[in-house]
Ligand binder design. Structure first.
Ligand SMILES: Nc1ncnc2c1ncn2[C@@H]1O[C@H](COP(=O)(O)OP(=O)(O)OP(=O)(O)O)[C@@H](O)[C@H]1O
Ligand SMILES: [Mg+2]
Length: 364
């Protein structure tokens, strides 16, 4: 991600006087007092960057503070520049930064607090037993998060590749609207600072094969990860399932044969108790699978994805439904003659080396 800092400044100058600044620099003292000295009871979770704490500012507003656990001098200068640019990005489906703090060795990022936490916590974590995600909310989350990524890929200047689209990076506001978090931060994480990132930044189970193997990141890698996320949202399953101590199955390997056999009801999350709109479920899984296909050039853009999820493009959808990859599992052969299932297993074994360091998504 190559930032042009000057563009943001110019934009700001034009707007000066009309709008309140959208972000600011926080002092360490202020963040200490907001989070009760980073008290363990305030801790919301932990990720690749470090721990995230809930806090309240003097004006009563609630914040989430991400405290970086490892920092490298090399990245020193980049930090403030990049955070300032990211803090200028505003979209209803992106988690806004309220600012940052850089004092001494401490690097902290301050976000809006999202009261319904992450999609991960509702699908597989603390909130999963409460079944708060009905089908309508799931559809809104699917479309909303897709719109957030469209903004990053097609409207933000410069364009931003997220590189770590996953259920814990989709946060939910008080109305369960999706807010995609952690965009543009992959390159800020120093090597070795995290259990969830590898030399290619990302999370096992969501990585596009070409990115996992060659480290080539572009928009279509996010499209792949988004496909995995959609399958997870519809089915309530994890991106990778352990069938035994040695055998793993990706969510694509599980879903594709069911779609080919038109067993859509088996794809729906059992916790929905059959309360879903079949037409929409079909849309979600077909779109998910064309996003999560091995060949990047065959994946749709996020603009296509939004159109398809909204049901705005009947012709395109019919074309997808009738495409070869959904004819029968045997027809799912990529150019080199191997199956999609084998390819994605290759991708997983490629990751094996760093697997020991990885806190896998299956175990979160
Ligand atoms: N703004 C926020 N509001 C509420 N909860 C948050 C917020 N930001 C993060 N969290 C919580 O903190 C947890 C940890 O977030 P964090 O982004 O550090 O890790 P992660 O998403 O699991 O991995 P990664 O480092 O790859 O993003 C999240 O799962 C989420 O539940
Ligand atoms: Mg995150």
């Amino acid at each position: 991600m190559a930032f042009r800092f000057c563009c943001g400044k110019a934009l700001d100058r034009k707007r000066r006087g009309k709008e309140q600044p959208t972000w600011r620099v926080f002092s360490l003292k202020e963040l200490h007092s907001a989070t009760n000295n980073f008290n363990y009871d305030n801790k919301l979770g932990e990720g690749g960057f470090g721990s995230v704490y809930w806090g309240q500012l003097w004006d009563g507003s609630q914040i989430a503070v991400k405290r970086l656990k490892v920092w490298s001098n090399k990245a020193e200068n980049e930090f403030a520049v990049e955070v300032e640019i990211l803090a200028r990005i505003r979209h209803k489906n992106l988690l806004s930064l309220r600012g940052y703090c850089a004092e001494g060795q401490e690097r902290l990022i301050v976000y809006e607090y999202m009261p319904n936490l992450s999609l991960l916590s509702h699908l597989h974590g603390h909130h999963s037993s409460e079944s708060l995600l009905d089908w309508k909310r799931r559809m809104n989350i699917a479309i909303g998060s897709a719109e957030g990524i469209v903004y990053l890929h097609h409207q933000a200047t410069p364009h931003i590749i997220h590189r770590d689209i996953k259920a814990s990076n989709v946060l939910l506001d008080s109305d369960f609207h999706a807010r995609v978090a952690d965009f543009g931060f992959a390159k800020l994480i120093p090597d070795g600072a995290t259990h969830v990132t590898t030399k290619v930044k990302g999370t096992l189970g969501y990585l596009a094969p070409e990115y996992a193997m060659l480290g080539k990141a572009n928009e279509s890698c996010d499209v792949y990860s988004f496909g995995i996320l959609l399958l997870e949202l519809a089915s309530g399953r994890r991106p990778i399932e352990k069938l035994s101590s040695t055998v793993k199955r990706s969510i694509v390997e599980w879903a594709l044969p069911l779609v080919c056999e038109k067993k859509f009801s088996e794809l729906a999350d059992p916790s929905l108790n059959g309360n879903y709109v079949e037409e929409e479920l079909k849309r979600v899984v077909f779109v998910a699978l064309i996003c999560a296909q091995d060949l990047p050039e065959k994946r749709p853009t996020m603009l296509d994805v939004v159109e398809l999820l909204k049901g705005e493009s009947k012709d395109k959808f019919t074309y997808i439904e009738n495409s070869e990859m959904f004819k029968s599992p045997l027809a799912v052969e990529s150019n080199d003659g191997t199956s999609a299932a084998e390819d994605s297993l290759d991708c997983i074994s490629e990751e094996k080396e760093s697997e020991r360091e990885l806190k896998e998504n299956t175990e979160q």
